[in-house]
Design a protein around this ligand. Structure first.
Ligand code: UTP
Length: 294
């Protein structure tokens, strides 16, 4: 079955990037001249996704405004032929995909947020993109989500995107027990969320992308809330899929930035600015000058 639906959970509190995320959702923090979540929607569109459900909560209404037409602004830009490119850039955002919204009424973790997508998903396999994980591909590379959809179609198993991480990152994210399947695709046997150092099974961690079937909803429903925080982790459902032999990991091609973390935001902006067609050259010269002073 063709995968045409994706969900983007974007209802977290973003406490690691406060106070920036107090009134601006962290998913709307910019990378040079576009909010982070626009990169996700563009990745979906380039991967064959036509329908996206964004899971929000109170105070995240500006996400809806961003993916809508902005009549007054667009009429103004339209009058000035010199601003045609800007008009196109603003107007086309609303046409990237059919976008739907639902609120997660309580912030009870990623697993709980994903449950809110059950009616939207129906009985089709679907993609999940974490709202603060931006993965950029060089021109000519397949978008990461397309890499995962291809693995899903080739193996008939659910797929998660992974990268080798530092020990410190693995302890913050999760660790996977894997064996090679073919190329950059691995069979996954077990996942441990936020492992202690002695529990690390490999340095592969899941970074922000999954393609799954709707049976994950029943698995999430049987997941016990985490004792310390009461959150429902999504990795528990993925771990059950792994134990059932239904999950592969794709060591994806692409550079990932954590927009939920101050350093990640700065890395995304510095590297994004260096690659930017309009300011790339000037920014490189500025960095060289700055490096001389450091
Ligand atoms: P994170 O754990 O990185 O987001 O979740 P957070 O809770 O906002 O992070 P802190 O507060 O800085 O530690 C990954 C993704 O899942 C979403 C977040 O918005 C983020 O995009 N999420 C998380 C939800 O939608 N609902 C939740 O209850 C938790």
């Amino acid at each position: 079955m063709k995968i045409t639906k994706a969900i983007i959970p974007a209802a977290g509190l973003g406490t690691r990037v406060l106070p920036a995320s107090k009134s601006v959702p962290k998913e709307m923090l910019n990378i040079v001249d576009k909010p982070a979540i626009q990169y996700l929607v563009e990745e979906c569109a380039r991967s064959g996704i036509t329908d996206i459900l964004i899971i929000t909560n109170r105070g995240k209404g500006i996400i809806e405004d961003h993916f809508d037409y902005a009549f007054e602004l667009e009429e103004n830009l339209k009058k000035n032929p010199a601003k045609k490119d800007l008009y196109d850039a603003v107007h086309s955002v609303a046409d990237l995909a059919n976008i739907y919204y639902i609120r997660q009424k309580e912030t009870k973790g990623l697993g709980h947020a994903i449950l809110a997508a059950e009616a939207f998903v129906g009985d089709e396999p679907f993609a999940i993109l974490y709202g603060d994980d931006i993965i950029l591909n060089a021109p000519g590379e397949k978008p990461v989500l397309r890499q995962l959809i291809d693995a899903f179609e080739e193996t008939g198993k659910c797929a998660c995107g992974v990268k080798e991480c530092t020990t410190e990152q693995v302890m913050k994210y999760c660790t996977l027990d894997v064996t090679p399947l073919s190329g950059n695709v691995y069979d996954v046997h077990k996942i441990v969320e936020k492992p202690r150092e002695e529990e690390i099974l490999s340095h592969f961690s899941i970074l922000g992308r999954n393609v799954v079937t709707p049976d994950v909803f029943d698995l999430i429903r049987t997941t016990k809330p985490c004792g310390r925080t009461g959150e429902i982790y999504f990795s528990e459902a993925l771990s059950t899929l792994a134990e059932q032999g239904k999950l592969v990991a794709v060591d994806f091609i692409g550079k990932r930035y954590d927009m939920g973390d101050k350093l990640g935001i700065m890395q995304a902006n510095v590297e994004g600015a260096l690659m930017h067609p309009e300011i790339g050259e000037a920014f490189r010269a500025y960095l060289k000058e700055l490096a001389g002073d450091l």
